[in-house]
Design a protein around this ligand. Structure first.
Ligand code: GRG
Length: 282
């Protein structure tokens, strides 16, 4: 599957945050442009390809996903959260600018994402409302933000694997679910449960892998601060040990593949993306 459309996505993101009236343009560009793997847009695209659609017609939907994800990174790095200094190969926004600017840039990315999504081209009003609802629910107080609350509570505490799964199903997997479900909405899928389940398994597998990379990779390779141990964060490696975490990672990727194979269309584009994610080193 060609990823040449990613250049167009990056260009569109650049246009969105290059408004001369936007006083936060520079820090938003700092956070959003260059360095990200664009995984959530790629998940969205994989569903479109399965249904014979071209993401170039729906770039703004992918931009909205990436903007919400980027806001979450900017806020996650803040001193009141993980207090990290390095992200996407650059100083974090509060380090490059200041804390207030980082808070406001995150707020702006989150809010502007919904303007972009609500005005997305080539979609009926009904589909745009569905997309707005899915992204808001998966990112909000019963989705990603709820996961972040559990994460903050779990720091310096002992939690079990079930609690860790609950936390990451919200914090990390919720946006993976949103990306696949939003691809489903654009493609005219009415029952989104299977795509949601696939996104959940893949998001959890991705998070277990992230925890493994946190101990086995380097800050330079990952382009972000590796901080779980120093922050006493609950992580799969910390709770299960390295060997069991590796096995859980393998098994959870396999679960994602099984759920993906059960979709009623040829899911080869999603299988290919799952393989690419499993082989990542950053
Ligand atoms: C509301 C103040 C406030 C904060 C909210 C919601 C939130 C902050 C944080 C939770 C979201 C979060 C940071 C989840 C971590 C998931 C994760 C592993 C992110 C890294 O994703 P990649 O590797 O990053 O896809 P790139 O940079 O490649 O896009």
């Amino acid at each position: 599957m060609s990823n040449r459309w990613v250049e167009k996505l990056e260009a569109r993101l650049g246009t969105i945050v290059s408004n001369p009236d936007n006083l936060l343009s520079a820090p938003m560009q700092h956070a959003l442009l260059a360095g990200g793997k664009r995984l959530r847009p790629k998940l969205f695209n994989s569903v479109l390809v399965m249904f014979g659609l071209d993401i170039k017609d729906y770039l703004d939907v992918a931009c909205a996903l990436e903007m919400v994800h980027t806001y979450s990174l900017v806020h996650d790095d803040l001193p009141a959260m993980d207090d990290d200094a390095y992200r996407r190969g650059k100083p974090t926004v509060h380090v490059a600018y200041d804390e207030a600017t980082a808070i406001l840039s995150g707020d702006a990315l989150l809010t502007d994402a919904f303007t972009v999504l609500a005005n997305a081209q080539n979609l009926s009003a009904e589909k745009r409302i569905k997309l707005v609802c899915i992204l808001a629910e998966k990112a909000g107080s019963s989705g990603m933000v709820a996961g972040q609350v559990l994460d903050l509570k779990a720091t310096k505490q002992t939690i079990d694997v079930a609690a860790l799964n609950t936390m990451h199903a919200l914090k990390t997997a919720a946006l993976f679910e949103a990306a696949l479900m939003m691809g489903g909405v654009v493609s005219g899928v009415t029952d989104l449960h299977q795509l949601e389940g696939c996104g959940r398994a893949l998001g959890l597998a991705f998070q277990i892998q992230d925890d493994l990379l946190d101990v086995e990779s380097t800050q330079e390779a990952m382009g972000k601060s590796l901080s779980d141990a120093s922050h006493e964060k609950a992580s799969y490696v910390r709770i299960m040990g390295l060997s069991d975490a590796k096995e859980a990672c393998r098994a959870t990727f396999e679960k994602a593949r099984t759920l993906c194979a059960a979709l009623s269309v040829d899911a080869e584009p999603l299988h290919t993306l799952i393989d690419t994610i499993e082989q990542r080193n950053r």
